[in-house]
Design a protein around this ligand. Structure first.
Ligand code: G4P
Length: 526
């Protein structure tokens, strides 16, 4: 009984979320601020390769730094206000969407960062769709109000129209750019000033009538009047605050601020923590969903990352715990093979260090040092009842290259590199049906570039990549397959499970095929 209460308390403290945004909207800057509040980092500029940098750097980060993009997601944990927060960072660049999609399967809510001047950008739209699919709550932070931004009402409309979600502005900006004076905080009944005359008093309390109690240093400013007009409008015509809708992902609380000047981020964090859900049940492929307070331990691998630390050429499988309690050295079953495994070499993720973890519960992410046991999507569990979590989303790649080792004498490192990077989900691997050539598939071109860079840097294997261009991948039932169906317009290949598929040159080639073989069923992944 005491154990149950302890577990319940621990699980209810967890808040696990991902930050999604279009590149450059300010995700890294916000993450840094959050980590500052959590006391995990002491100065800004620690997360990305900016300024003084003691974040676990690794080879693949070099490519991120060169290009200024974040390639893979990392995990950060800290305590704040009695809660244990797990932030899962996601790559902003669309070429790495697959990685982000998988990460979104491992969180209970998402924070969407939007650039106030740009509004909804393509990548945000795409990622948002996945959040919607999962029905997780989404909290919105509209950033960069210290610069000229779009009208707040216009931004609200855009979110509602393009994303199909209700908005509830938790606060409202008072001016923007150089005249960004603060926000009218509806939720906390106060005005927060960007430049308070007394730094000890950054907030002005609001009275029942919604006006500032006592002296209001910005009362004479036009921006104040505009903000009041805006507030009046959303009070009258806007949505009602609805916690159930928020929990179902049908309404998003919206906050305005400026991450760079650290304005609005703390209020955002504190309010977010009031409404963000504790760990929720996770669906299985069949049978009942697994509840966080179930006593048996379970979790799934949503990401595999090799060589995070160039000093130790290690490989880590990231596991989202879904139920029970993890303890060091515990024995679990790997569902895919049915084999027992002992979890002794495990790490948890603080922002800039990797510490050994003793116990962890639902909502937490642990990293298992992996010697090749795990694949993305694997379930692990204790107890007699097997647990198999829902499949992670897999995407039908659109771009293909034929790949081979430049130096034929170095086949061993070539194969090792390919196998590991494919298991990580960096690219998808196919083999030509007839010649056994290696063909790589990706959603975005940058995936190939990262692959090439990592093959060279981590596996000392120079590769030759021959572009095959854009293709439409369609799987075919092996029973229906006749190798004679392959032609110059459709390359017949097999995936890593040995399942056959055609890579069609274009839409026309696919239609032609369908006409010729009307009984053959072709399927796409996602
Ligand atoms: P990302 O992770 O979403 O890609 O964005 P990141 O935080 O790296 O921010 C992208 C750029 O936007 C950075 O500038 C950052 O300083 C700036 N930025 C972030 N938040 C704000 C904000 O609230 N206001 C303003 N004005 N700028 C903001 P950069 O020039 O690309 O990088 P750096 O030279 O500052 O490192």
């Amino acid at each position: 009984m005491a154990e149950e209460i302890k577990l319940k308390k621990a699980v209810n403290k967890r808040r696990t979320f991902a930050i999604i945004s279009h590149p450059d909207a300010g995700k890294t800057t916000i993450t840094e601020q959050l980590l500052l509040f959590g006391g995990v980092v002491r100065e800004a500029g620690t997360v990305k390769g900016r300024g003084s940098n003691n974040f676990a750097k690794s080879d693949w980060m070099e490519i991120e730094q060169k290009r200024g993009i974040s390639v893979t997601s990392s995990v950060m944990q800290f305590d704040y206000d009695g809660k244990r927060i797990n932030i899962l960072d996601t790559p902003g660049h669309e070429d790495f969407s697959e990685d982000t999609y998988r990460t979104l399967m491992a969180v209970d809510s998402a924070v969407m960062v939007i650039d106030g001047a740009k509004g909804i950008e393509p990548q945000t739209r795409k990622l948002f769709k996945i959040c919607k699919m999962r029905g997780i709550p989404i909290f919105t932070f509209i950033n960069k109000f210290d610069r000229d931004a779009r009208e707040p009402l216009d931004l609200m409309n855009e979110i509602e129209e393009t994303l199909g979600i209700e908005t509830y502005p938790m606060d409202w900006p008072i001016g923007m750019g150089r005249q960004f004076l603060g926000v009218y905080d509806r939720f906390n009944h106060r005005v927060a000033l960007t430049h308070p005359t007394d730094p000890e008093k950054p907030y002005l309390p609001l009275g029942e009538d919604g006006m500032v109690d006592g002296d209001n240093p910005i009362a004479g400013e036009g921006e104040w009047q505009d903000a009041l007009d805006g507030i009046e409008l959303v009070e009258m015509a806007g949505n009602e605050f609805d916690e159930d809708k928020i929990a179902a992902g049908d309404q998003t609380p919206v906050f305005f601020g400026s991450a760079l000047t650290n304005f609005g981020v703390k209020t955002f964090l504190e309010t977010y923590l009031k409404f963000a859900p504790a760990p929720s049940p996770h669906k299985q492929e069949a049978g009942e969903a697994v509840k966080p307070l179930d006593s048996e331990f379970s979790g799934f691998v949503f990401k595999i990352q090799a060589n995070m630390n160039p000093k130790h050429r290690d490989r880590i499988a990231f596991v989202r715990i879904c139920s029970g309690e993890f303890t060091r050295g515990m024995d679990v079953t790997l569902e895919r093979t049915g084999k027992p495994l002992r979890l002794s070499n495990v790490t948890e993720f603080m922002a800039n260090t990797r510490e050994n973890v003793e116990t962890a519960v639902a909502g937490d992410i642990i990293g298992l040092y992996d010697t090749g046991n795990f694949q993305i999507g694997d379930s692990i569990f204790t107890g007699k009842q097997p647990i198999k979590f829902e499949k992670l989303p897999q995407f039908t790649p659109e771009l293909f290259v034929r790949v081979s080792a430049k130096n034929v004498m170095k086949q061993k490192s070539f194969h090792k590199g390919i196998n590991q990077l494919v298991q990580e989900g960096a690219v998808q691997l196919y083999q030509s049906y007839t010649s056994n050539d290696y063909i790589l598939g990706a959603v975005g071109q940058l995936q190939f570039e990262v692959f090439k860079f990592r093959m060279q840097n981590e596996y000392n294997s120079e590769v030759i990549m021959e572009p095959l261009g854009k293709k439409t991948a369609r799987w075919i039932d092996p029973e229906q397959l006749d190798t004679k169906m392959a032609s110059s317009r459709n390359l017949l290949v097999k995936d890593i499970h040995g399942d056959p598929l055609f890579l069609f040159e274009n839409q026309f080639a696919e239609s032609w095929f369908k006409q010729k073989y009307p009984d053959v069923k072709l399927t796409a992944k996602l």
